[in-house]
Design a protein. Structure first.
Length: 144
């Protein structure tokens, strides 16, 4: 099939001139959210820019892939998996907003936390990630 003149590519499909761009931001974040259920830290880190910023708004931001890795390893310790249930997601340019319920699952309990997340991408990788949630709601479910 001949490709049209002018334009770019989308998710590896030639559109126009054939310039190559990464997967659409919404697809990247949907894949990232799905990867959490496997808790494969190497896979998760593959979604981040080297100098990304991760900010769970109730606590201090974390800068850089190595510190993000340490943070994720720390807060997922003791959980068998974390399921990101995306209720709604929307993208504009390289920004993706997600309304989610994150389910932290272990043999002893499941903790479910409503979250609003903002992801900023650059070159198909997460450059900034901010999650807004009520930390007390999470902690309260741990003491049940």
């Amino acid at each position: 099939m001949p490709r049209p003149a002018g334009g770019a590519t989308h998710a590896g499909t030639a559109i126009g001139r054939g310039d190559r761009v990464s997967a659409p931001p919404l697809d990247v974040i949907t894949s990232f959210c799905g990867a959490w259920s496997r808790l494969d830290i190497g896979e998760l880190m593959g979604f981040f820019h080297e100098d990304a910023v991760y900010h769970n708004i109730p606590v201090d931001p974390v800068v850089g892939r190595d510190d993000i890795r340490a943070t994720i390893v720390g807060f997922t310790a003791g959980w068998d998996r974390v399921d990101f249930e995306i209720r709604h997601a929307v993208a504009q340019g390289e920004v993706v907003l997600t309304e989610r319920v994150d389910h932290f699952v272990s043999a002893q309990r499941t903790v479910s936390l409503p979250v609003m997340g903002t992801f900023e991408l650059s070159g198909g990788l997460i450059k900034a990630w901010r999650d807004y949630f009520d930390l007390n709601q999470f902690m309260g479910q741990l003491s049940d």
